[in-house]
Design a protein around this ligand. Structure first.
Ligand SMILES: Nc1ncnc2c1ncn2[C@@H]1O[C@H](COP(=O)(O)OP(=O)(O)OP(=O)(O)O)[C@@H](O)[C@H]1O
Length: 302
């Protein structure tokens, strides 16, 4: 197993729960889409994987295991960030960015790393000539900046790629091209992929989905099943949004301190019951299960 998360709970410094309890498994070479709207805890989860929680957030419980306890885990796991503008250093050149991780993880000098990475740049449609390698981030297009982040993430041949909303800053055509590129690389290299997104349409390229709402996993399963027969009302709502269908309900995800006890989706749910106010157990396996008192088919039968 590339990634094994058990009972992970993240809290704010004042004890307010931000995420969890959460279980997640990712097998090697598998593509998992982590889907949820803004504020649902996706980025915090990615940060927990890399052990870099922001100030004011702590891991209150649970375990995160990437590649067991392998000492090389740092280089086997790589992250493509949401905002390349923030991730890239404005004063470093393309060449200096590309040499950073090989230097840190493999003690590989730039003079060795850059020729080794030339075919990768080619594959990512980034020019490898001297003039391009001397450019700084502000001299690149948005798509080139994001592909540079991808090149950096792949520079030490990782086995698992975590992509945190990597296409947010791109136009729809560039989004589709970036997705194709990642899927192609995933197949060629047998990479595991954890694709974090609020867009169910983008996540549909993954084999499995895990849906988060208000810091809780609400549904997980094979993508084909979730897209055709969502069981949690929030998954159904996401699906309707991806199809640009109008919402029957209004409202936003409340802040972590204002979330109701029990199911966080209860205030927006079309058919809540009194039992939804009580925390419900996860039913099923981490890969295929649900946390809902009144799954959709049951509600339809009532
Ligand atoms: N450093 C922090 N201190 C306190 N609360 C935080 C901190 N970072 C995030 N949070 C809170 O944790 C919750 C989850 O945040 P997170 O950034 O993981 O959401 P997200 O699903 O990635 O959203 P987005 O799609 O907008 O990036 C939010 O309510 C956020 O306000």
């Amino acid at each position: 197993m590339s990634l094994e998360i058990r009972n992970l709970v993240l809290e704010r410094h004042d004890g307010v729960r931000l995420l969890g309890p959460l279980d997640l498994d990712l097998a090697s070479g598998e593509r998992l889409g982590l889907v949820g709207e803004s504020g649902s805890g996706k980025t915090l989860l990615a940060r927990a994987l890399f052990g870099v929680l922001p100030p004011g957030v702590r891991q209150a419980d649970g375990t995160v295991r990437a590649f067991g306890s392998s000492p090389s885990r740092e280089r086997r796991l790589a992250w493509v960030p949401q905002d390349p503008g923030q991730a890239l250093h404005p004063l470093l050149t393309v060449a200096q960015h590309l040499a950073l991780l090989p230097q840190a993880h493999r003690r590989e000098p730039a003079g060795v790393a850059l020729p080794r990475l030339a075919p990768l740049l080619d594959r990512l449609l980034l020019p490898g000539d001297r003039a391009f390698l001397r450019r700084r981030p502000h001299q690149l297009s948005g798509g080139q900046r994001q592909r540079l982040c991808l090149a950096m993430a792949l520079s030490c041949d990782p086995e698992l790629l975590v992509l945190d909303e990597p296409t947010t800053a791109l136009d729809p055509l560039a989004q589709a091209a970036f997705l194709d590129l990642v899927l192609g690389l995933q197949r060629e290299r047998g990479l595991g992929v954890l694709w974090i997104t609020h867009d169910l349409g983008l996540a549909a390229a993954c084999e499995r989905l895990l849906v988060l709402y208000g810091g809780q996993a609400v549904e997980a399963g094979p993508t084909a099943r979730l897209l055709s027969e969502p069981r949690h009302p929030y998954t159904a709502r996401l699906l309707a949004a991806a199809r640009q269908e109008p919402a029957a309900e209004a409202g936003f995800l409340p802040g972590p301190e204002d979330r109701p006890p029990g199911c966080p989706f209860r205030p927006r749910c079309p058919a809540p019951t009194a039992r939804c106010a009580v925390p419900r157990p996860w039913r099923g396996s981490p890969a295929d299960g649900l946390r809902c008192e009144r799954p959709l088919e049951a509600a339809a039968r009532a």
